[in-house]
Write a protein that binds this ligand. Structure first.
Ligand code: ADP
Ligand code: ZN
Ligand code: ZN
Length: 818
């Protein structure tokens, strides 16, 4: 009798591969265990057993496996089913899904690079001989490939040794990014060393600061707080105790009198108490919760449409409590974990260490830990709070999935494959467990709302903010008119300035939203009209004043800002349009006595960058925060009273069929940051087009009307959710090749799908990183079989790739590309 296994390899192969095993191995091996196998001439991969059987492959002779790596399955049967669904639905290979799902430490392969963990001190005695050889070798060479290890150790099976070294934390396997879960950083101040002696302090108070009484007060207060509490003094505490502003503290820091420092409060290892009991719901919440529970009796999926700050999270908490009492696991999906540290804390206050946080940007080690905790249903992983990729974890008895902010586009993965939508993938996962899914949003996606209207999903609503705070008062400001009457200072209307003054005077905070980073997106020569372009992409370079650079937002190219026009040498260079940098600069000039900060990709890149800004805002050290859409993601700030949208028009005019829906969502969400406690918030939206339907709907908070009108358009123009879509992108560095290839592809598609094929068409930015892109859209009517559609596309795709001329063209299939 011969025995075989089918193995899933983490590479884009259409099929799993068959390997030969012994009878003893056949009795031992189960689907979901890892084996290391040879592939091609020299490569070794870690693969996953998909099935154990006795059918020899027809066209090739099965090779022997190298080694069995697990004693029990690492991947569950349900996962394998789920992955298969993802591969089929999103038109990719199961190997690609496997690669996305497994932390890289689980899929060592011959290309894997290992390096020494320099953070840890190793006792030589703790290492076995072979381990020591590797450890030694890593002293001479900073990194080694697995193939190198085979040579050094003169054996084929080095994976077990690597596994042991990883467990002992002696080595790292290479990761693109090591990013730990970001700790909370609170800002503290102390007297700088130069001033902390008795005499120096006297001198400071009696001489240096006599002409600056406010600063002197602050130093006195600092001194008395430290004397009283004998503890580090928070900046926020100092501000409120000495009744001063953050600008004065900053002045003292700049002078070198005070010194600032941060203290981390770690958030990964939660060692506090889960001492908060969940909140008593108000009547509206009670009703909504009952509606959800009732709808779960009939439906598997329910949409909770609750306005911003209505207390949706508190409902989730109640539902989680019920699940935990039944011994079930809960998956709580968030659009971007880095942006939701506030929520992590809130949940940990209720559920303590039952909450596990998972993110694909964590180090492999942390991900392995969460993986194992979920797999073993450990008490540390009863609630998984995670972004997109956490739908790929080895759940054991999932009872409920919550998809918070379900409308967020970052739930969809664009690159690389699998190009899956985490919301929809989570729904399928839940159904495999016969579990329930709750989608929550203040601004549901049209798809989900449509599904609710069709009766496919249940629907629960919450129309009142918690505490009966009114929805913010939204005012539209016609900046065309303001320009005409000369009522603009830079990009600020007189109304906005006035409201800001009043808000700041009352001690509240302001958020200013501009959906573009940098100083200005286009630089233009006044003499000849030339504007600098990226050499690698077909797009103008954005001017970043802070670094005096021109930068490409698509490929990262940058150069120093030009002094003269590249073409005509004129010195008259002008900038057009404006980004967050410019808003920040103008706000600083308009409000010199207040602290202005900026939150966008550029300011949050560094370590803890995002955390510092959020914490500073929470602590009241920032008065005005300028930012991009990062500001909109579910943040709960107590003291923000005013939100200004600097320019609504560039969002509305974005060339995409979802631009209006997205604009509504963005503006409603950013407005939702205003006035979340007690007093009503105020929102000012500056626009050239105050009569735009979307702006009217945002200002009256009329989601339903927005829905009806947008759905009309979707019907008329055959867009989702009425039609489904598959986007096919062709990519190559040769313009002609892309053109010819795309024409061939579209023509073939038209023979099958007739008028439901759009394109080929170049996107607005038609060349990125020196690769030309061309899109073709296939629209799929509701009655048309999705499976058959995909089969037809795959057939055409295979013929395309078999044509010699087109073989080098990359084809990207993107299902539900919205
Ligand atoms: P949403 O998620 O709908 O935007 P949140 O759940 O963040 O709203 O609630 C908004 C604020 O109101 C939060 O600070 C929350 O703690 C508070 N809150 C909501 N419901 C209650 C309740 N039942 N009791 C006390 N506070 C509540
Ligand atoms: Zn010029
Ligand atoms: Zn570029």
């Amino acid at each position: 009798m011969n025995y075989f296994i089918n193995v899933i390899l983490p590479i884009p192969l259409e099929q799993s591969f068959t390997y030969a095993i012994t009878q003893a191995e056949a009795e031992f091996l189960k689907p979901g265990m890892r084996v290391s196998v040879p592939f091609g001439k020299r490569k070794i991969y870690t693969g996953l057993v998909e099935s154990v059987h006795q059918v020899a492959p027809l066209v090739y002779e099965a090779k022997q496996i190298h080694q069995i790596l697990d004693e029990t399955p690492l991947v569950t049967a349900i996962q394998l089913k789920h992955w298969q669904w993802i591969a089929t639905y999103y038109m990719c290979t199961i190997g690609e899904v496997m690669r996305a799902a497994l932390p890289s430490a689980f899929i060592l392969e011959s290309e894997t690079v290992i390096s020494r963990n320099t953070d840890i001190k190793i006792n030589d005695e703790d290492l076995k001989d072979d381990e020591f050889i590797v450890y030694e070798a890593l002293h001479h060479q900073s990194s080694l490939k697995i193939q190198d290890l085979m040579a050094i150790l003169d054996k084929k099976n080095v994976l077990p040794i690597i596994k042991r070294l990883l467990e002992k934390e002696v080595i790292h396997v290479q990761e693109e990014i090591y990013e730990k879960y970001k700790p909370k950083l609170v800002r503290y101040v102390k007297l700088s060393n130069a001033h902390s002696s008795e005499e120096a302090l006297q001198d400071l108070l009696n001489n240096t600061l006599t002409r600056a009484p406010k600063q002197r007060d602050v130093v006195m207060t600092l001194f008395s707080i430290s004397a009283k509490t004998k503890q580090p003094v928070k900046v926020s505490e100092l501000i409120s105790e000495s009744n001063t502003s953050s600008a004065i503290i900053k002045a003292l820091i700049d002078k070198g009198v005070l010194e600032e420092y941060h203290i981390q409060t770690d958030r990964v290892q939660y060692d506090g108490e889960d001492d908060s009991t969940s909140k008593q719901l108000n009547n509206y919440q009670e009703t909504a919760l009952n509606n959800i529970i009732q709808s779960f009796e009939k439906q598997n999926i329910t949409l909770l449409h609750g306005v911003t700050s209505s207390g949706k999270t508190e409902l989730y908490v109640k539902l989680i409590e019920t699940q935990l009492s039944q011994g079930n696991q809960v998956l709580y999906l968030l659009p971007e974990i880095a942006l939701t540290t506030q929520l992590v804390e809130r949940l940990q206050n209720y559920f303590g260490e039952k909450v596990a946080v998972f993110h694909s940007k964590y180090s492999s080690h942390e991900r392995v830990e969460v993986w194992n905790n979920v797999l073993h249903n450990s008490s540390k992983a009863q609630i998984i709070l995670g972004a997109r990729s956490s739908v790929l974890l080895p759940f054991q008895n999932l009872g409920l999935v919550i998809v918070d902010e379900e409308h967020e586009s970052s739930y969809k993965q664009f690159d690389p494959a699998p190009r899956y939508h985490a919301r929809d993938t989570a729904i399928v996962l839940a159904s495999l467990f016969k579990a329930k899914t709750l989608l929550g949003s203040a601004t549901p996606s049209l798809e989900s709302y449509y599904n609710a209207q069709q009766g496919k999903y249940g629907l629960a609503t919450l129309k009142h903010r918690y505490n009966n705070v009114l929805m913010p008062d939204i005012e539209l400001i016609d900046i065309k008119d303001k320009h005409k009457r000369k009522r603009m200072t830079g990009h600020f209307s007189d109304r906005l300035i006035l409201e800001m003054q009043e808000t700041l005077k009352a001690g509240h905070q302001v958020i200013l939203f501009q959906n573009r980073r940098g100083f200005s997106p286009i630089v233009e020569c006044n003499t000849c009209g030339h504007s600098p372009q990226c050499p690698n992409c077909d797009v103008s370079l954005t001017y970043h004043q802070y670094k005096n650079q021109l930068r490409c937002h698509y490929c990262g190219y940058n150069s120093a800002m030009h002094k003269t026009c590249e073409v005509c040498k004129s010195v008259e260079l002008d900038s057009k349009g404006f980004g967050t940098e410019q808003v920040e600069q103008e706000a600083k000039l308009l409000f010199p006595d207040h602290n202005v900060a900026r939150m966008d990709l550029d300011t949050t890149r560094g370590k803890y960058g995002y955390e510092k800004i959020i914490t500073a805002l929470e602590q009241g050290e920032i008065d005005i925060l300028v930012g991009t859409q990062m500001l909109t993601k579910g943040l709960d700030f107590r003291n923000v009273k005013l939100v200004g949208v600097m320019n609504a028009d560039n969002m509305l005019n974005f060339p995409d069929f979802r631009a209006h829906e997205r604009s509504y969502q963005l503006m409603a969400q950013v407005s939702g940051r205003a006035g979340r406690t007690k007093e009503r918030g105020k929102v000012l939206i500056q626009t050239y087009n105050p009569f735009h339907r979307i702006l009217q709907q945002v200002s009256t908070n009329d989601y339903e009307q927005m829905y009806v009108e947008q759905m009309d358009d979707r019907h008329t123009f055959k867009y989702p959710p009425i039609y489904r879509m598959i986007k096919i992108t062709l990519k190559h560095k040769n313009y002609q090749k892309v053109n010819v290839g795309a024409d061939w592809y579209a023509k073939s598609l038209r023979t099958v799908f007739k008028t439901h094929v759009l394109g080929p068409e170049f996107p607005p930015v038609a060349r990125i990183r020196n690769q030309y892109l061309k899109h073709i859209l296939v629209k799929i009517p509701q009655k048309q079989s999705l499976t058959k559609t995909k089969e037809a596309i795959i057939k055409i795709n295979n013929s395309f790739l078999s044509i010699k001329d087109f073989r080098a063209v990359r084809v990207i299939l993107n299902v539900d590309n919205y």
